[in-house]
Design a protein around this ligand. Structure first.
Ligand code: COA
Length: 259
């Protein structure tokens, strides 16, 4: 199987770059499978506390699901594509135990924007363009785009982008709250790494609880406030809580070990 990822570890930061530039890093089954394994490994690596996801090349983060790969699909194959992809990768990232920052270095279209939206935080380069153009192919987004885009930018703006298939530039995506920050392309990775480093210095157990509580508020089957109460209480029983509060009282910097 061809390898489509470049994986690097820099201290407590894991960096995954999707490396299929000839196809603008489009997501086929191999890429999805490899991403899923890469995230699982980094989630399980005790030394890694934050992850950055990006694309190789200067043109694309990910230009979408691979259109050639699904062009002959039947409805049941389409259903399976969306269901398996959501479970295996998109929900897996969003519900994972460690923060994932999407460093959006170019086109993030269709499944590419959906992948960036499944990450916890997005930073974009000035050349990035984002959109969900699936209706131009006679489809709708299938990797969570109809759900996460309205959560991030509101229903009216999401409807406009989805119905019109239009792309928006990075600056507009920032106005909409779709990305947190826009920087020149040559500063994208250092900006993402600087944020990841700040995150890596905090309590990993507390961050894991924060991810679960924030996600619960957006899950109709869960009570977000109750989830927050449960996780808040559980934090008091963790070594990180003892270290964090002791360090504060002793006027030193906390050294968190995680669970
Ligand atoms: N799936 C499969 N292949 C894709 C792809 C996708 N989503 N996006 C780009 N590619 C391929 C192109 O087919 C082309 O391959 P080729 O050189 O073998 O013909 C290569 O990547 C380069 O793309 P190209 O279209 O030549 O680049 P461009 O700069 O002219 O246009 C885009 C860039 C992003 C505007 C254009 O590639 C595009 O519209 N892609 C599809 C976007 C989309 O609809 N995504 C949602 C899919 S659900």
């Amino acid at each position: 199987m061809e390898n489509h990822l470049i994986i690097e570890k820099k201290g407590a930061i894991g960096i995954i770059a999707i490396d299929r530039p000839a196809k603008l890093n489009a997501l086929n089954k191999e890429v999805i499978d490899q991403l899923s394994i890469a995230f699982k490994n980094l989630f399980e690596d005790h030394n890694i506390r934050a992850i950055i996801l990006t694309g190789t090349g200067e043109k694309a983060f990910v230009a979408g699901a691979d259109i050639a790969a699904f062009s002959q699909f039947t409805p049941s194959q389409g259903t399976a594509l969306a269901r398996e992809g959501q479970d295996q990768l998109f929900h897996f990232i969003e519900q994972g135990p460690k923060p994932v920052i999407a460093a959006v270095n170019g086109y993030a279209l269709g499944g590419g924007l959906e992948l960036a939206m499944a990450c916890h935080i997005r930073i974009a380069s000035e050349n990035a363009q984002m959109g969900l153009p699936e209706v131009s192919l006679g489809l709708i987004p299938g990797y969570g785009g109809t759900q996460r885009l309205p959560q991030l930018i509101g229903k009216g703006r999401a409807n406009e982008l989805i119905f019109s298939a239009q792309m928006i530039p990075a600056t507009k995506a920032q106005d909409y709250g779709l990305v947190n920050k826009v920087v020149p392309l040559d500063q994208l990775m250092e900006t993402a790494e600087s944020l990841a480093t700040k995150i890596a210095q905090q309590s990993p157990t507390a961050i894991r609880a924060a991810i679960a509580a924030v996600n619960a508020g957006l899950d109709p089957d869960k009570n977000g406030y109750e989830t927050e109460i449960q996780h808040f209480g559980a934090c008091f029983g963790t070594p990180d809580f003892i270290e964090g509060t002791s360090a504060f009282l002793e006027k030193r910097k906390a050294q968190f070990k995680g669970a």
